[in-house]
Every structure is written in structure tokens, then in C-alpha cells.
Write a protein that binds this ligand. Structure first.
Ligand code: ZN
Length: 488
């Protein structure tokens, strides 16, 4: 009953989202008229440049509509892995955006404009780095082969804009469902997504084949493709993973992947600790308080191989720190550090333990040496800002966050914190400017412009600053295509 009600809400949200967009986009009466003809020349309906421009807009909508993972180590790890795979793929336009959704869904997708969506549920469900790499390689192959633009459905019955926006609204439905029934709702939403996102069997086979080759180029054993498929089949008890709705998995796909792997040269196993650590971090973040009390990662000693054991001890240390068990938490994280001394994610955790124990000075001391060696490392900077904030040094926290915004201006969590800290410090104009960036990045252009308007008002006696704000307003209204509100 509850499920049906939620589905109805989801569907109406989807209609709503599409309806709203239709007003902005003002589509012509004949959707096909927007698109150039698909002739015999093999020209695709959209150019990569067009897709990229729209993709940027879609990315902002995704950010505004679905919860994103905020753990900087997870983002950093997934970006490094994705860009490593990308370099060995056939993707021509390398301006990709990886979005890591904080949702317990076993799914991943590629969308035109270089968008890769990865769900935290998928990362948690895979067993090793090679498996998650094989999912990325497969999705990149959909991009490099431009399967969207080649899709008959995509060309004939819907404009590609609607297809993409439909995808965004599915996420609206998922993210507005709250905690209860999220799985059921997600399944319903995913069925709709499956319809919008599915490719032909030939497309899937091609993506498998090219994905395997990408792994070989990247010196990753292509058998991970088959392993990832098998892992997904294991989840198939109540309902299949969402990924299988858009990627139906006949035995032939598994067999073919295995055959390709057998014909390939062999590669040494990869160091897997980075993956095991972020997987443990996600697991820790997604488990409720009850599960935590029940001794999550308590059996870390019994685990093998080592990367698993270290990752479990690592997560256990963070959990103990959260519970205030200072001595045991410190002992455990130092045990890990001794065995893997040079890894940033481990240095990070040692300082994080101190943050969790409410000892920001200790954390800052640990971070200092790590930051001296890696002054532009985003996760280290993020934790540094957090420690300064706990130490009630807003100025130092602001300085760090400003540097982060400069290094990567697309991190919404950084702008959110900047707005908050500027508020505490009484910098009202800066509050508005930071909020403007946050709203812009999450697709709410009108709110972004409103905040810049307030900032402009406050900067009226400062010519240079006013000019800067006006420029930013022009960029935002130009790019997003937002029409300024007329009259009151
Ligand atoms: Zn696929």
C-alpha cells in the first residue's frame, strides 16, 4: 500500500519535472524538428559539443536532485580510478563528470555529455577494484560508441533532451522518498529509468567487448567483467539489482566475457587497499546505530587477505573513535598506519580519529605534515577545515575552504560550508556569493542570481567587486538560459 502510494508520488514527480522543463525548453510542436536528419552519411543527430553543453546543465540538475556522497576520500578515489580507466578507453571527449550518488542502489549509468553516474550501493556491493573498474569501463564504452546518439528510440520518438531530463526526474523521485521504502521506490523508479536508458543487446555486447579491451589497456585482468556479472547475479534474491534492469544479463554475456579473458594475456593482481578502504568507509557511513553497536568490523582479525583486514581495522578505528573509545581507536589506526605508512587515506584516518574524539589540535598537527607534502590534496584540506572549525578558528577554516573552492569549484559541500562559516564570521556579502555558487551548481540558477543581486547591493561602493559580481551574473544567466523574472 505504502509502496503504491510512493510510486504514485514518484510518477507525479516525474511528470512534474518533465512539465516544468518543457516550459523552460519550449519544445516545438514536432519534437523531431529540433533534430537534424539522420542521413546515410552516418552523421549522428547531436554533436559531442552539443551533448557536452547540455550535459553540464544536466549534471547541475543531478546535483540538486539526488544525494551525493560527501566523503572526500570516496570522491577522490572514484575520480582517480575513473580517470585512469578513461585514459585507456576510446572516449574521445575526455571532459567527463563522475557523480557518486549516496543511495543504496546497485546501479551505474552513462549519459550523453560525459556523465557517469555511480551509486554507493554498487561500490559497496563489488568485491574488488577490478570489478568496479569493469563497470566503469563498460559505461565508458557506451559513451565512446555513442550508443545514445545511435539509438533509434532516442532519435525518433523523443528528443534526447527529454530523455536526459527524464533521467534526472527519476532521481528526484528516488531522493525525495526518505528512508523508508526507498528500495521499493527505487525499484519502481528504476523500471522507468530502464525504459529510458536501455540499449539494444548489440549495444550491450559491444560495450562488454570494448570495456574488456579498455581493462586490458589499463593492465587490469579482463576476467573482472565476468566476476562483476557473477557478483550481480548473487544479489538476485528478492529483486534483481537495478543495474540488471538496464543491463539484462543472459548467460552468453558472462560466458563471452570469460572467454575474452582467457584469450587475453594475464596481469598481476592489483593493490586493492584503496578500494577496500573506501568500501569500508561507505559501509560504516550507511549502517545505522544498531548495526554499529552490534560490532561492525569487530572480526577484522579473522579477515584475509591483508587489504581486507587493514580496511576493516581502519573502519573499526573510526567506529571506536565515534563511540569515544579513544585509546583503542588510536591503537588500531596506528596498527594500520605502521603496515601501510605512506597512504594518504590512512594518514587522513589517523587525523580523523582525533577529529571524532574532539581533539582538533592533535588532528591539525597530524595533518600539517601530510599537507606539507601534499598541499593541494582535497581530502586533507577538507579535514583540515573541519578540524579548524571544531577548534573554533573560523578564519583558518575559511582560508582552507577558499583554497579548495579555487582548486575545484564544483564541490557543492565546500560552498555549503563556506556559506555557513562566512555567516558565523559575519561576512554577509560572502555568504550570498557562496550560496550563489551552491545554487548554481545544483541547477537553481534563479536563486543563484538572487543571491548575487544581494551581494551586488552590498558591494555598491566597491567598483571592482561589483564588476566581478556582474560578470558572474552574466555567466550564469548566459549558460543556464534562465530568463530573468520580469516585474515583481
Ligand atoms: Zn550497458
Amino acid at each position: 500500500m505504502e509502496f503504491l502510494k510512493r510510486s504514485a508520488i514518484a510518477l507525479s514527480l516525474i511528470t512534474l519535472a518533465l512539465g516544468t522543463q518543457a516550459q523552460v525548453e519550449k519544445p516545438s510542436d514536432n519534437p523531431a524538428a529540433d533534430l537534424p536528419q539522420l542521413g546515410n552519411t552516418g552523421t549522428l543527430v547531436t554533436s559531442l559539443e552539443e551533448e557536452y553543453t547540455l550535459g553540464k546543465q544536466i549534471v547541475r540538475q543531478f546535483r540538486g536532485q539526488a544525494p551525493l556522497v560527501s566523503d572526500p576520500l570516496v570522491i577522490d578515489y572514484m575520480n582517480s580510478l575513473a580517470f585512469y580507466i578513461l585514459r585507456h578507453s576510446e572516449v574521445e571527449d575526455r571532459r567527463i563528470t563522475l557523480l557518486v550518488f549516496d543511495l543504496p542502489v546497485i546501479n551505474a549509468f552513462a549519459a550523453p555529455g560525459g556523465i557517469i553516474g555511480m551509486y554507493s550501493g554498487m561500490i559497496q556491493f563489488m568485491e574488488n577494484e577490478g570489478q568496479i573498474a569493469s563497470i566503469l569501463a563498460h559505461e565508458f564504452a557506451h559513451l565512446s560508441q555513442r550508443h545514445y546518439a545511435r539509438n533509434v528510440e532516442y532519435n525518433a520518438s523523443r528528443t534526447w533532451r527529454n530523455l536526459l531530463l527524464g533521467l534526472g526526474s527519476v532521481l528526484v523521485a528516488v531522493s525525495s522518498s526518505g528512508d523508508t521504502g526507498i528500495a521499493a521506490l527505487t525499484a519502481a523508479a528504476s523500471t522507468i529509468a530502464a525504459d529510458r536508458l536501455s540499449f539494444s543487446r548489440e549495444n550491450e555486447r559491444e560495450a562488454d567487448q570494448i570495456g574488456s579491451q579498455t581493462l586490458i589497456n589499463a593492465k587490469i585482468d579482463p576476467d573482472h567483467v565476468a566476476q562483476a556479472f557473477e557478483q550481480m547475479q548473487k544479489a538476485n534474491n528478492d529483486a534483481p539489482p537495478e543495474y540488471l534492469l538496464t543491463h539484462p544479463l543472459p548467460t552468453s554475456r558472462v560466458n563471452e566475457a570469460r572467454l575474452r579473458a582467457r584469450q587475453s594475456e594475464s596481469f598481476p593482481a592489483r593493490d586493492d587497499l584503496g578500494f577496500q578502504i573506501i568500501r569500508a568507509r561507505l559501509q560504516l557511513a550507511s549502517s545505522g546505530p544498531q548495526a554499529k553497536r552490534d560490532g561492525l568490523f569487530a572480526n577484522w582479525r579473522e579477515l584475509s587477505p591483508n587489504s581486507n583486514r587493514y580496511a576493516a581495522a581502519y573502519a573499526r578505528a573510526l567506529l571506536l573513535a565515534e563511540l569515544g573509545e579513544a585509546e583503542e581507536a588510536r591503537r588500531l589506526i596506528r596498527w594500520v598506519r605502521k603496515r601501510v605508512p605512506d597512504r594518504i587515506s590512512v594518514l587522513y584516518a589517523e587525523a580523523e580519529v582525533e577529529v571524532l574524539l574532539n581533539k582538533p589540535e592533535r588532528a591539525l598537527a597530524l595533518l600539517k605534515s601530510a599537507l606539507d607534502r601534499n598541499p593541494r590534496n582535497l581530502p586533507l584540506l577538507w579535514l583540515n577545515a573541519r578540524a579548524h572549525k571544531i577548534a573554533e578558528d573560523a578564519t583558518a577554516a575559511l582560508r582552507t575552504l577558499e583554497l579548495m573552492a579555487h582548486i575545484d569549484p564544483t564541490q557543492i559541500h565546500v560552498w555549503y560550508q563556506l556559506a555557513e562559516l562566512h555567516g558565523l564570521a559575519g561576512n554577509i556579502a560572502q555568504v550570498h556569493k557562496s550560496r550563489a555558487e551552491f545554487f548554481y551548481l545544483t541547477g537553481r540558477d534563479q536563486q543563484a542570481l538572487d543571491h548575487l543581486e544581494y551581494a551586488l547591493e552590498l558591494a555598491r561602493h566597491n567598483f571592482t567587486e561589483a564588476e566581478r559580481i556582474r560578470e558572474r551574473m552574466q555567466e550564469i544567466s548566459g549558460e543556464g538560459g534562465v530568463r530573468r523574472r520580469r516585474g515583481g
